[in-house]
Design a protein around this ligand. Structure first.
Ligand code: SAM
Length: 345
């Protein structure tokens, strides 16, 4: 199992002392701009961390460091975040990416800070994660069931591994509606449509008007292996359901459930995120052996996702409770890797 490290403290202080640009992927889930306290489930009197920007001590500190004299909360929050993001950027390698998890209210303002630091040309995507089932108790508003994850790279040369999500049921039924002895299959074009010219040659007495999408040898191989479907007017390539990778990942993620009440035994921290969400990000934007940093690690989910997938993980949190829980979860991974942590469906 690959290595993990947890450091207690404000990520700004810790990262300012770290010299080097070794970090290949950053996931951060900082406190949102909310006026509430998050409490540990186990001991409801223990404040896990402050999410309140009205707290006098935090407020004074931010005012001091940001040299701002404003009484509004959001600009203080943004400058607090800006300082930490700048320190994070300094430790990222040139091929690294950053995923910032945030609420839909403050998200757009936070994205301007990211634009400023990383450059708008390095914006790669804004992911909308559906974090809960629809709310039924909505009367005068819409159910707020999503978070944003802003994805930026440090440069235009960045690690990216295309991921796939399962085809949805309707698409499966509408598209995979042919079958032969090898199983269900969908039809994909094998001849060029009007816009582009393809390879011109005759195959089994047929020459497509705009050519084939593949070369002669490739077509002959596909036909020999039974991958060509001859329709009434034209041939197609067969895509077998068993061999289909799924749909290339889009930026709306509705297929990763949050930690539910029935999984409370697994939930150790108030704002713990599902392992599958973090595994998807790790697989999407890092390589085995890379170093994944979560500077607001809470219970260390991103570090676990990194380790499960052969990356090294580094978590930082200013809460001693968080560091304790993250360290415990990480050592449980060493003793019971499959049973406790295999959340892949
Ligand atoms: C939303 S939680 C992260 C939860 C985490 N993603 C998980 O899966 O458990 C945010 C965390 O940021 C920590 N935090 C707040 N300010 C911090 C700072 N300046 N430096 C490091 N950690 C900080 C809090 O203690 C809290 O654990």
């Amino acid at each position: 199992m690959s290595k993990a490290k947890f450091t207690e403290g404000d990520c700004l202080d810790i990262l300012s002392k770290y010299h080097g640009k070794r970090v290949d992927l950053v996931y951060l889930d900082p406190p949102f701009f909310l006026n509430r306290e998050f409490r540990l489930e186990a001991n409801r009197t223990d404040v896990a961390f402050q999410g309140s920007w009205n707290d006098q001590e935090v407020y004074e500190h931010i005012r001091h460091v940001s040299k701002l004299n404003s009484t509004k909360g959001l600009d203080l929050y943004l400058s607090w975040l800006y300082e930490r993001l700048a320190a994070i950027k300094d430790v990222m390698s040139d091929e690294a990416s950053i995923f910032l998890h945030i609420g839909t209210r403050e998200g757009p303002a936070v994205s301007l800070v990211l634009d400023e630091l990383f450059g708008s040309t390095n914006w790669r995507s804004t992911i909308t994660w559906q974090r809960s089932h629809p709310h039924n108790n909505v009367t005068k508003s819409l159910g707020n069931i999503s978070d944003y994850i802003y994805y930026y790279s440090k440069s235009d040369s960045y690690t990216f591994n295309l991921q796939y999500s399962a085809h949805d049921e309707t698409y499966l039924n509408n598209s995979f509606n042919n079958a032969d002895e090898k199983g269900r299959y969908a039809l994909a074009p094998i001849i060029q449509e009007r816009a582009r010219k393809g390879h011109f040659f005759e195959h089994k007495g047929y020459t497509p008007p705009n050519g084939w999408r593949v070369k002669k040898e490739q077509l002959e191989r596909l036909d020999l292996d039974g991958y060509i479907h001859w329709g009434e007017n034209r041939p197609y390539k067969k895509i077998y359901l068993d061999e289909a990778k799924g749909t290339p990942l889009q930026n709306i993620w509705t297929d990763v459930a949050n930690i539910t009440r029935t999984e409370l035994d697994r939930r150790r921290y108030p704002t713990q995120k599902p392992l599958r969400l973090l595994e998807r990000i790790v697989l999407l934007a890092s390589r085995p052996g890379d170093l994944v940093l979560d500077p607001f690690c809470g219970s260390g989910t991103a570090v676990l996702a990194a380790r499960i997938n052969g990356r090294e993980g580094w978590g930082i949190d200013q809460s001693p409770d968080a560091i304790r829980i993250a360290t415990e979860r990480s050592s449980e991974l060493d003793s019971k890797p499959e049973s406790l942590f295999d959340t892949r469906s």
